[in-house]
Design a protein around this ligand. Structure first.
Ligand code: GLU
Length: 306
């Protein structure tokens, strides 16, 4: 694939030369350029295949190649997924490795932007970033707003408490206040797990309209902008528990804290791209290939996530 981008660049150079010679350099359509490239390159037998390949490059993918930078939204405090060293500024984790490999395939540089559960969708919508690899759970509701690749990892939701609270399981969370991140799946997942366990009355629960701010039956929620704020609130006793995916909770599991016994609600992480973007299909092809050839398993193992 990396070869493809070089081929495309070469074909486009020829296309631009052909257009300049023909006095029509104002075309912005990649497919038109590729057709011109095809004509310009027709003298060489080997370039016929290259032209066919370049013609299939989507305009959204080409725009990233032309820019020379892939802009990716990632987490900065999820060990093994997206973690930024505060001293060096370097990012590491499996989501970072996948993002770097996508940039490598495109033959472009990479630029990371730290996102939160609340900001990642907006940044994708505004075009500030091209894709999100940030523990972003694929849900039907979210599929209405963004495209998601096939999942590259599955996590579960759990709950962290101060050990001194004596809470050890879902039952202990009845009538408690739980801290969650704005824009996350966590509150809905926990409420639904407590209903499934027969701990709270689920008659008023509707997964399509659930709002953490309004739910008060058997458990209530306080929403925060980011995870450090939830951790601070837990220490201060403002909330009784901290609920999110286990991958995210890990860094906040200090000596004075414990997970409850249960983990629930599988969270399938996918690469999110702008809805309808040609880049979505490009990413999907790569993720599927890397799931099949063991690349993703390698990243999972490297980051001790198996
Ligand atoms: N993975 C969950 C979600 O997408 C938890 C929130 C987060 O990723 O920060 O809602």
């Amino acid at each position: 694939m990396r070869k493809l981008s070089k081929v495309v660049a070469g074909a486009l150079t020829m296309a631009m030369s052909a257009m300049l010679l023909a006095g029509c350099g104002d075309s912005t359509e990649t497919s038109a350029s590729s057709e011109a490239a095809s004509t310009a390159a027709s003298a060489e037998t080997s370039s016929a295949a290259a032209s066919a390949e370049s013609a299939s490059v989507d305009a959204d993918v080409q725009a990233i190649i032309d820019r020379g930078v892939l802009r990716v939204g990632v987490k900065n405090a999820v060990v093994g997924f997206g973690f930024q060293d505060t001293l060096t500024g370097e990012y590491s984790g499996m989501e970072i490795s996948i993002a770097e490999k996508i940039a490598d395939e495109l033959g472009v540089d990479i630029e990371f932007t730290t996102v939160t559960a609340a900001t990642r969708g907006e940044l994708l919508d505004s075009g500030d970033i091209d894709c999100v690899l940030a523990t972003f759970t694929i849900t039907d509701e979210r599929r209405n707003s963004w495209d998601f690749s096939t999942p590259y990892y599955t996590d579960y939701v759990s709950v962290l408490v101060e050990s001194a609270s004596g809470i050890t399981n879902l039952e202990g969370l009845v009538d408690k206040k739980v801290g969650v991140s704005s824009g996350s799946t966590s509150a809905k997942s926990l409420t639904s797990a407590m209903i499934d366990a027969g701990l709270i009355d689920g008659s008023g629960f509707d997964a399509d309209t659930f709002d953490p701010a309004l739910w008060t039956t058997g458990v209530s929620f306080q929403q925060y902008d980011d995870y450090p704020a939830i951790s601070t609130a837990l220490s201060a006793g403002e909330i009784d528990a901290f609920c999110v995916d286990k991958s995210i909770l890990a860094i906040y599991n200090t000596d004075s804290r414990d997970y409850i016994e249960e983990k629930f609600s599988p969270q399938e992480y996918g690469v999110a791209t702008k809805k309808g973007s040609g880049f979505s299909a490009y990413v999907e092809e790569l993720i599927t290939e890397w799931l099949a050839d063991g690349t993703i398993d390698g990243f999972i193992a490297e980051n001790n996530l198996d």
